[in-house]
Ligand binder design. Structure first.
Ligand SMILES: Cc1cc2nc3c(=O)[nH]c(=O)nc-3n(C[C@H](O)[C@H](O)[C@H](O)COP(=O)(O)OP(=O)(O)OC[C@H]3O[C@@H](n4cnc5c(N)ncnc54)[C@H](O)[C@@H]3O)c2cc1C
Length: 426
């Protein structure tokens, strides 16, 4: 596709083929459709629990959002603890807050415990505020997490300028539980430890049909083979098709675009994000950015809903980078890529079990690295025990969005409107 390059992560992540044969009458305890962070982490835990598991992916491992994302590992959900407590109530609300607080731990603990070869650092995430109103929200977020003992801080204008290297912000919220990883290396390593634990993984095997058969399921692949499984985890998220009626229509799959500079000169590398935090700003159409292990700046944000056609389709991100860091206006942009992010109308992830033994979780709102790593363990616990309290969120029915067919037009109009409001507030 014109203008698109490989993601910047490929230089630090070794790709291996995953081609486990699919035997005639293949029969496993659990089949997993989709080999991203959710599918692969689930397969690892299933295999470690001594059950047989087969993962199929329509493409290559790492070609979904898990290998394309910004690698920001941010705990929490879009909502703050008090909202979650009020919305979900009592024990369920408290359990969800605990879960949300620990999603970044799930990633960094796995990297440490399994000795994963994943470039990473854990110096925190900054939510950078572009208005005083956004600072009020940051104060509220800080108060709520600090009251729960989280390692968080509020930054004033001069502190944030020192940490980011730009005078664009009023201040911000620093969450030291967060960090950054190379997400493609993480995804590849999840596949490696899954296979080492006994999971089978087969790439380039699209699942075309899911049918209940007896007390289990039959998966029919585009290649004609079938897999019988006691249970199924559907881990297709923003790339969901029509395997389960209404699932894709319950989401808006937005495009997130990213650019990466060439490795920065020593001076720029010293001035911009000197401690290596990840940043998202507080705009409605936000940009997020970080440095890589080889000192490139990568910056991402919303992109056009249709397929990009030329390098110019990333120009809005180059302008955002130049606005934040004028010293980089001449830096060469070496990489441009994009992927799909699954959004839900209520901005929460959703867990569905449309029929007994078929579970899925969708809708990470761009925060799936930590969320899916942590949720996969819970989903596997649920499949093993049948106890819905093992899950971080209640199981809900799939609710297709009315007029979903018009989502592209609607999302494009909303993005244009939000961009205008953001511009007025600068
Ligand atoms: C550009 C971008 C930047 C992002 N930045 C961040 C970030 O910085 N931090 C963060 O936390 N999150 C971020 N996200 C979100 C995060 O990447 C996702 O939430 C997360 O990777 C989802 O993982 P997953 O395993 O659920 O889905 P995916 O990794 O998307 O995997 C789904 C897989 O399902 C496969 N599939 C689909 N249909 C079929 C089928 N019929 N048969 C077989 N296989 C099928 C696909 O090929 C795909 O590999 C970003 C996303 C994008 C796109």
């Amino acid at each position: 596709m014109a203008g698109v390059t490989e993601p910047v992560w490929v230089t630090h992540a070794a790709r291996h083929a995953h081609a486990a044969p699919i035997k005639a009458h293949e029969n496993v305890d659990v089949a997993v459709v989709g080999g991203g962070i959710m599918g692969l982490t689930s397969a690892f835990h299933i295999a470690r629990n001594g059950m047989s598991v087969h993962v199929v992916d329509a493409g290559r491992i790492g070609e979904g959002a898990s290998g394309l994302n910004g690698g920001q590992v941010i705990p929490g959900l879009k909502y703050d603890p008090e909202w979650l407590a009020a919305h979900f109530g009592g024990t369920r609300g408290e359990a969800l807050i605990q879960f949300a607080a620990g999603t970044a731990d799930a990633v960094f603990d796995l990297i440490g415990q399994e000795n994963l070869d994943v470039p990473h650092n854990r110096n925190g995430w900054i939510q950078a505020c572009h208005t005083e109103l956004a600072m009020d929200a940051a104060r509220m977020r800080h108060r709520q997490w600090a009251a729960r003992g989280a390692d968080v801080a509020l930054l004033d204008a001069s502190e944030i300028e020192k940490l980011i290297g730009t005078s664009n912000y009023h201040g911000g919220f620093l969450d030291r539980r967060a960090g950054v990883i190379n997400p493609l290396a993480f995804t590849f390593e999840l596949a490696r430890i899954g296979e080492a634990a006994g999971a089978k993984i087969t790439e380039n095997k699209e699942c075309r049909k899911l049918e209940k058969s007896g007390d289990g399921w039959t998966l029919t692949l585009a290649s004609g083979e079938t897999i019988r499984a006691g249970k199924v985890i559907l881990a297709t998220n923003a790339y969901s098709g029509n395997l389960v009626p209404g699932l894709a229509q319950s989401l808006v799959a937005l495009h997130s675009f990213q650019i990466a500079t060439e490795p920065l000169a020593e001076r720029a590398a010293r001035d911009i994000l000197p401690e290596g935090q990840a940043v998202s700003d507080s705009r409605r159409i936000l940009v997020y950015y970080r440095r890589t292990a080889d000192n490139r700046l990568i910056l991402g944000g919303r992109g056009r809903m249709s397929m990009p056609r030329r390098a110019d389709d990333w120009a809005h991100l180059e302008h955002a980078m130049a606005r934040l860091f004028p010293s980089l206006s001449e830096a060469k942009i070496e990489k441009r890529w994009f992927g799909r992010v699954a959004m839900t109308p209520d901005h929460l992830p959703h867990i569905h079990e449309p029929e007994k033994g078929l579970v899925t979780i969708v809708g990470c709102q761009g925060r799936g690295v930590g969320l899916m790593t942590a949720a996969a363990k819970r989903l596997v616990d649920y499949l093993s025990t049948g106890d819905p309290d093992a899950l971080p969120l209640p199981i809900t029915p799939i609710q297709p969005i009315p007029f979903h067919r018009f989502r592209r037009i609607g999302a494009a109009a909303l993005i244009a409107w939000y961009r205008m409001l953001d511009a007025i507030e600068q």
